[in-house]
Design a protein around this ligand. Structure first.
Ligand code: 6PG
Length: 251
């Protein structure tokens, strides 16, 4: 049965980035201690960028066993890696280029491939990776997600076709801002994760955060993220959580 989500509210976006780094470092240490390897899947968008840059800075950078870490993506826009909309391209500038991670431990989604083909390529890449760690089930150690003002998460939009609800691992979709073809992990694979953490910042997200927590009938994509056996954390700043009941403590 799904565990109750943990809600952490920080005073601002800078505290949010620091708390996110702590969650990342702890998940990395726990996973490496448990089974010698750490797999994390990153989202795009602006919210995680501060945290991502911090991962490349001390004291955090040297506290992470990058040689035992594998980085994947939750979603990607089907554009060239040099396009400012490329999630991998942005991550490369923000932190990947500055951390001592082996090249073959970075697994970008093939955003330059024909979308349907790209989904198959990434499915096979995930299959090979999870099989290589002793035939394990495709459970990421940590997945970092964001939400949009329409309740989307990853590239799973309210109007995303039902393929995203199937047992496929990766699907090609179109939509969002920018409105382009995209590759995204499905709910099926997201919900196998050991830890999922939503990062949400800013006042413009407050109405959708309220809908997610208080309108269970809304059937928003973010509400379909319910890890089967893993932990779910909502890390928000005060602005994003401002329409939730005041009982939530601020970190
Ligand atoms: C992407 C995403 C998407 C993102 C949200 C929040 O578009 O690549 O993965 O789901 O996380 O749209 O984006 P912001 O952090 O920019 O608000």
């Amino acid at each position: 049965m799904a565990l109750k989500p943990e809600i952490i509210v920080t005073s601002d976006s800078s505290e949010l980035a620091q708390a996110a780094v702590r969650i990342f470092v702890k998940a990395a240490k726990d996973s490496v201690a448990r089974r010698g390897c750490f797999s994390a899947a990153f989202s795009g968008g602006s919210t995680p960028r501060h945290m991502n840059r911090m991962l490349a800075q001390e004291p955090h950078c040297s506290s992470i066993a990058w040689g035992k870490t594998h980085i994947f993506w939750v979603d990607e826009r089907c554009v060239s890696v040099n396009d400012p909309a490329s999630n991998y391209g942005v991550a490369r500038k923000d932190f990947l280029g500055q951390i001592p991670i082996p090249v073959d431990h970075v697994h970008p989604m093939p955003g330059e491939a024909v979308p349907e083909e790209g989904a198959k390529i990434y499915h096979n890449e995930l299959k090979t990776f999870f099989r290589s760690i002793k035939g394990e089930f495709p459970a990421f150690d940590l997945i970092l997600l964001g939400i949009g003002v329409d309740g989307h998460t990853a590239s799973l939009f309210p109007a995303t076709p039902s393929a995203a609800l199937s047992k496929k691992w990766v699907v090609a979709v179109k939509g969002g801002t920018p409105d382009v073809h995209r590759l995204t992990l499905t709910y099926y694979i997201l919900n196998q994760a050991n830890n999922i953490c939503f990062l949400v910042s800013g006042e413009n997200k407050a109405p959708i955060v309220k809908a997610i927590f208080e309108n269970k009938q809304a059937r928003l994509p973010a509400q379909k993220v319910q890890p089967l056996n893993g932990r779910l954390t909502w890390l928000m700043d005060r602005q994003a959580s401002s329409l939730l009941p005041p009982t939530l403590g601020v970190l």
